[in-house]
Design a protein around this ligand. Structure first.
Ligand code: FES
Length: 345
């Protein structure tokens, strides 16, 4: 264990721990922007700078490991000035278009700018030409809002192991670009980690502000992994799907189906009543009529050809309990072991 002092408080942490993590373990909060709990430290924003006794220059707490006996200060006039200046420089790359940004109300940059009391974009430079082309049509890239924190690029590479996007160029003119469109799985991991509105979802634009939607926690029904997600509901309609960082077996990640496959829920084309085919045409029927017809047909097939003339296919989208009941029904009521599952089809 390594012993150090943070803001006068003695802290003991395992060797290799960063100053940021050590401070957190002691209940001391340091502002961050590019740091993300699931990614290796990026160290691009300098919001987390701290002073270490004996060091001439402030160090980034998210990338600096603890050393035995050091004394760290996380809050001082000098540090606040450096953090404020860093934010002002970040704002060179970011318009204050919060009223029309989908991320308004849940944007880390917006929160920090508010906290540090910055009321205007102080430094102005000519805007570099940047392309808004992105790896998937499900996500919109707003190059003028991108603060080059590199979270998206790092998440695509480290969490998903894909590497479909990267940074092109250097300095002020650099931007996120697609390096391999075919590799992109449209999972939205980049969108999930973006701390600003530089990446927004194309499906849910202008459909609901974060503070107006109700977030209903639920389990994804697309496969058996049991990923945890939140349905963003407004006026009884699902507007988007979000996750909480670190929550559930998926730890906040989703695949393309879990994140973007929700429009069917409120689709006008969705069947809400059973249909019975009569004279070659489907007609709406009551559940009682539909279930009676199915029971009748099962009975007559069983009488004519035996129970093994019937087979049942269940689904990965059902719960374990539903699948258990289904196979029980096939075996105990119909009398056949012909039960299979859509995942094998
Ligand atoms: S949070 Fe440490 S440099 Fe960005």
């Amino acid at each position: 264990m390594v012993k150090l002092t943070i803001d006068g408080k003695e802290v003991k942490v395992p060797a290799g721990t960063t100053i940021l993590a050590a401070a957190k373990s002691a209940g001391i909060s340091i502002p961050t922007l590019c740091f993300h709990g699931r990614l290796d430290p990026i160290g691009s924003c300098r919001m987390c700078v701290v002073e270490i006794e004996g060091c001439a220059h402030p160090m980034a707490a998210c990338t600096t490991p603890v050393v035995e006996g050091i004394s760290v200060t996380t809050n001082s006039e000098r540090l606040q000035r450096i953090r404020k200046d860093s934010l002002k420089l970040i704002l060179v790359n970011h318009p204050l278009d919060c009223p029309i940004c989908d991320k308004g109300g849940e944007c880390l940059l917006q929160d920090l700018v508010y906290e540090f009391g910055i009321d205007r974009v102080e430094y102005q430079t000519p805007k570099p030409e940047r392309s808004s082309q992105y790896a998937t049509p499900l996500i919109r890239y707003w190059p003028d809002r991108c603060i080059m924190c590199l979270r998206c690029v790092t998440a695509c590479r480290e969490i998903k192991g894909i590497g479909a996007i990267d940074i092109k160029g250097a300095g002020y003119g650099s931007q996120v670009v697609v390096i391999d469109e075919d590799k992109c799985q449209s999972c939205g991991e980049c969108l999930q980690v973006c701390p600003t509105g530089a990446l927004t979802e194309n499906l849910s634009r202008y459909k609901g502000r974060p503070w107006l939607v109700k977030r209903v926690p639920t389990t994804c029904t697309y496969c058996g992994c049991g990923c945890q997600l939140e349905l963003n509901v407004e006026q009884n309609r699902v507007m988007a799907v979000t996750t909480k960082e670190g929550k559930g077996v998926n730890r906040g990640s989703l695949c393309v189906k879990g994140r973007f496959g929700y429009e069917f829920i409120n689709s006008e084309e969705r069947l809400t009543k059973p249909l019975i085919k009569k004279d070659g045409e489907f007609r709406e029927a009551s559940w009682d009529d539909a279930l009676s017809l199915v029971a009748e047909k099962f009975k007559s097939i069983k009488e004519e050809s035996g129970p093994d003339a019937i087979a049942g296919l269940s689904s990965a989208r059902c719960t374990n309990e539903e699948n258990y009941l289904f196979q029980k029904f096939m075996r105990a009521v119909i009398g056949t072991n012909n039960v299979d599952h859509c995942a094998r089809l």
